[in-house]
Design a binder for this molecule. Structure first.
Ligand SMILES: CCC/C(=N\NC(=N)N)c1ccc(NC(=O)c2cc3cc(OC)ccc3[nH]2)cc1
Length: 346
C-alpha cells in the first residue's frame, strides 16, 4: 500500500488508478515510473488527478536519462508559471519518498485511448483537438520567447520533446471538448543566445560540431511540430505513419527518410487539406517543416465554426480567462526566432 505523506492525506482522499495501469506498470521497468490516481480534495469534495512519480529509477534498466528529480522541479516551475487553457494546471505538489503532483482532473483521459478505438474520429473533431494542440505548443513556445509575461525564463522557449497521444488529455468524455498538453518531463528550456556570443570571437578553439551546427541552430522547437504531425496523422486515419509492422524499412529509416505508410482506403474520407497539412509537418528537414504559427495559418484550420466551438468550450470552463489574441501578438519572422534562440545540434 503506497504511503502518502501526512500533509497529503490531510487534504486528499485517494481513490482508483486512472488510465492504462498496465502500461504505467510496464513503464516502471523502463525507468520512467509513475501512475495517475483519482483523488478527492477534502475541502471542496472536488475530484482531482494525482500523478505519482517515483524518485527511485529502476537501476536495472540502466537508463542514463537525467535524474527525474532535476526534471520534475523544472517541470513544476514551468507549469506553475505558464497559464494557458490548453496546458495542464498544477494544484499542489508534495515531495516524500515519491513525488505527488495534484492536478485538475481531465475526465476524458488520454487522447491515446480515443485514437486506439476502432471507430475513427471525425475530421472536425481532429481539427478542434489539433487547433488546441497548436495553440498550446505555440503559446508555449511563444509565451516564453516573445512575451515578457514569463520573464523568469528570460525570454527563452520551452520545447516539449515528447508530444504523443498519451500526453494529450481530454477535459471530458464528450467528443467536443478541450484538450490539455501534459508531461513536460522531457522538455527543454532553450539557452540564451550564447551561440551568437561564441561567434563574436575568433573560433580558434571552437569545436567543429559548433560550427557545423550553425545551419540547424534554432530549429529545435521544430521537433514538436514533427510530433504534432504524427499525432494529426494518427487522429485522421487511425494508424501511425511510422511503425514496426512495416517490413521494407526499419522504424528509424522510415522516420529519417520521412517514409510514412499511406493506406489509401483509410484516407478516402479525409479532406485533401488535412492531408496537405500532415505532409507539410512530416518534413524531414526541420528548416522546411511548418512552424506552429505557419500551421495555424494553413487553410485546413481557417474554420470559423471550429474556432467558435473552441471559444464556447473555453467560456464554459472559465469566465475570465481569454485565450491569447494571436493576431495581436508581435509577428515573429522565422529569421528573428532564429536569432532569439540557439543550441548546438539538438
Ligand atoms: C506535472 C506532472 C505532469 C505529468 N507528467 N510529468 C512527467 N511524467 N514528468 C502528467 C502526466 C500524466 C497526467 N495524466 C493525467 O492527469 C490523467 C488523467 C486521466 C484520466 C483518465 O481517465 C479519466 C485516464 C488517464 C488520465 N491521465 C498528468 C500529468
Amino acid at each position: 500500500q503506497m504511503m502518502f505523506p501526512k500533509e497529503f492525506r490531510e487534504k486528499y482522499i485517494m481513490s482508483k488508478t486512472l488510465g492504462r495501469f498496465l502500461t504505467e506498470l510496464c513503464s516502471c521497468f523502463s525507468g520512467a515510473c509513475g501512475e495517475v490516481k483519482l483523488a478527492f480534495e477534502k475541502s471542496t469534495c472536488n475530484k482531482v488527478a494525482v500523478k505519482i512519480i517515483n524518485k527511485r529509477k529502476f537501476v536495472a534498466s540502466g537508463l542514463t536519462d537525467a535524474n527525474p528529480a532535476l526534471n520534475i522541479n523544472t517541470e513544476i516551475e514551468i507549469l506553475k508559471k505558464i497559464d494557458h487553457p490548453c496546458l495542464i494546471k498544477i494544484k499542489n505538489f508534495f515531495e516524500a519518498e515519491d513525488y505527488y503532483i495534484v492536478l485538475e482532473l481531465m475526465e476524458g483521459g488520454e487522447l491515446y485511448d480515443r485514437v486506439s478505438r476502432p471507430i475513427k474520429m471525425k475530421e472536425d473533431t481532429c481539427k478542434l483537438y489539433f487547433y488546441q494542440m497548436l495553440l498550446a505548443v505555440k503559446v508555449h513556445n511563444r509565451s516564453v520567447t516573445c512575451w515578457g509575461a514569463l520573464n523568469y525564463l528570460h525570454d527563452n522557449g520551452i520545447i516539449h520533446r515528447d508530444l504523443k497521444p498519451e500526453n494529450v488529455l481530454l477535459s471530458s468524455s464528450e467528443e467536443i471538448c478541450l484538450i490539455k498538453i501534459t508531461d513536460f518531463g522531457q522538455s527543454k528550456i532553450l539557452g540564451e543566445a550564447s551561440l551568437m556570443k561564441t561567434l563574436c570571437g575568433t573560433p580558434m578553439y571552437l569545436a567543429p560540431e559548433v560550427l557545423n551546427s550553425l545551419g540547424t541552430a534554432g530549429y529545435s522547437r521544430a521537433v514538436d511540430c514533427w510530433s504534432l504531425g504524427v499525432i494529426l496523422f494518427v487522429c485522421l486515419c487511425g494508424y501511425p505513419p511510422f511503425n514496426e509492422q512495416n517490413t521494407q524499412l526499419s522504424l528509424k529509416d522510415q522516420i529519417t527518410h520521412g517514409k510514412y505508410t499511406f493506406i489509401a482506403k483509410e484516407w478516402k474520407h479525409v479532406s485533401d487539406m488535412a492531408l496537405d497539412l500532415v505532409k507539410k509537418l512530416l518534413v524531414v528537414d526541420p528548416s522546411k517543416r511548418l512552424t506552429t504559427e505557419e500551421a495555424l495559418e494553413h487553410p485546413w484550420l481557417q474554420d470559423e465554426d471550429m474556432k467558435t466551438t473552441f471559444q464556447q468550450l473555453l467560456a464554459q470552463t472559465c469566465t475570465n480567462m481569454s485565450p491569447p489574441e494571436t493576431s495581436k501578438m508581435p509577428t515573429t519572422t522565422r529569421k528573428r526566432l532564429h536569432e532569439n534562440e540557439e543550441e548546438y545540434g539538438s
